[in-house]
Design a protein around this ligand. Structure first.
Ligand SMILES: *Cc1c(COP(=O)(O)O)cnc(C)c1O
Length: 379
């Protein structure tokens, strides 16, 4: 009966499908795009909400050797999945965490002079190759230009600390013409030349997903994509070259006919203007479907049923959304029918745009209630 090849179990309202083969293909496309750099993977926040274990295993199988997480806790979890990978903790070490890093064989990212000191004091027992982060304009993490000068003037601060890789992070990579990109590139090259007088040759890593598409001069030795692996567009102004990796299907619970002067949903916010048929669907903001997608009267977003567009009608609730299915064939407007909330016709980027946010926030916002299905990933 379902127009989609997807089962939504009886005990749940919606199914999230993660296409592991799409993630593997996206990895291969990124590797083709930067043939002279190693392609690492950013898998922080549970691989952007897609599930750390299946995603990390898939990427490891297709040749990824370096994984980026935000916290030591994420690193330890990943170590349980991938015993041999290089696991880099982006947020860096705090005092007293040496054991944690040692236990997980985690690579710290040193983001400040204080973190360098912590790592040096806690790590007298042996070489612990770290990443060093220099800030070139993001002003979030990383040594400032002044910090780099301080370090150059006091090289003993690095005694016993071995640095393998220098990184920085781009602020505006999704806007290729933005002058920040070339400014950060030059600042990074300058910091690298300065620091290499202390450390000797360093590996270098600059690009996130959009950074990879800025051109080969941004690739250096290692790139750190997350978003593009998961199908989000790396260059919002261009057609998306990545394969979509996420779909969400929710089932129709009920149908009802409405007419003026009725309203639909919370706040009586949606006025019925002409006779319509409404489908109530079993997913809402509790599942990560953004409430803001329907914040304007009339709804700005739509779902799809078997390639037919069904606009949102009324506010998104925690567990439910309502769709206008007036123009759909009757065979598709029955209880139990699967509705595509994300999939071939609706990308996470589309949904994000309608809600005034970015695809990253949509992916990381998926709720635990969604039934999860992983497709592919065997190869
Ligand atoms: C999250 C993150 C990345 C990955 O960024 P995407 O835009 O998802 O590719 C790379 N580098 C750093 C430092 C990050 O925090």
């Amino acid at each position: 009966m379902s127009a989609y090849d997807i089962a939504i179990p009886a005990d749940t309202g919606a199914t999230l499908v993660v296409d592991l083969d799409a993630i593997a293909e996206n990895y291969a496309l990124l590797q083709e795009t930067c043939p002279h750099a190693r392609v690492g993977a950013s898998v922080k926040a549970d691989a952007y909400g897609l599930g750390l274990e299946p995603v990390a295993r898939t990427l490891s199988k297709v040749g990824c050797r370096t994984f980026f997480v935000a916290t030591p806790g994420e690193g330890l979890t990943l170590r349980g999945i991938l015993p041999k990978a290089e696991i880099v903790v982006l947020n860096g070490p705090e005092s007293g965490q040496t054991d944690l890093f040692a236990r997980g064989m985690l690579t710290p990212t040193l983001n400040s002079l204080e973190q360098i000191d912590v790592w040096q004091q806690d790590n007298k027992d042996g070489p612990a190759p770290a990443y060093l982060h220099v800030d070139t304009g993001m002003n979030r993490l990383g040594l400032s230009a002044t910090d780099v000068e301080t370090l150059i003037a006091d090289p003993a601060r690095l005694d016993g600390v071995s640095i393998s890789t220098l990184i920085t992070h781009l602020a505006c990579a999704d806007t290729p013409a933005h002058p920040m990109n070339t400014a950060q590139l030059s600042a990074f090259q300058a910091a690298r030349a300065q620091l290499e007088t202390l450390t000797g040759g360093l590996q270098a890593s600059l690009a996130n997903s959009p950074g990879i598409f800025l051109g080969p001069e941004y690739h250096f030795d290692l790139v750190r994509p997350g978003a593009a692996l998961y199908g989000l567009t790396p260059s919002p102004e261009q057609p998306n070259p990545m394969k979509q990796a996420v779909e969400i299907y929710a089932k129709i619970l009920q149908l009802r006919d409405v007419d003026t002067p009725m309203t639909v949903g919370y706040g009586a916010a949606h006025q019925v203007e002409k006779p319509a048929r409404i489908a109530t669907v079993a997913a809402g903001y509790g599942d990560g479907y953004p409430r803001a997608a329907a914040s304007k009267t009339g709804g700005t977003m739509h779902a799809y049923i078997a390639d037919h567009k069904a606009p949102l009608f009324g506010r998104v609730s925690m567990d439910l959304i309502t769709l206008d299915v007036s123009d759909l064939p009757a065979e598709f407007t029955v209880p139990g029918q699967a509705v595509e909330l994300l999939g071939p016709n609706v990308s996470a980027d589309d949904l994000a745009k309608s809600a005034g946010t970015i695809g990253y926030e949509i992916l990381t916002g998926f709720g635990n209630r969604l039934h999860r299905v992983y497709r592919g990933g065997e190869g």
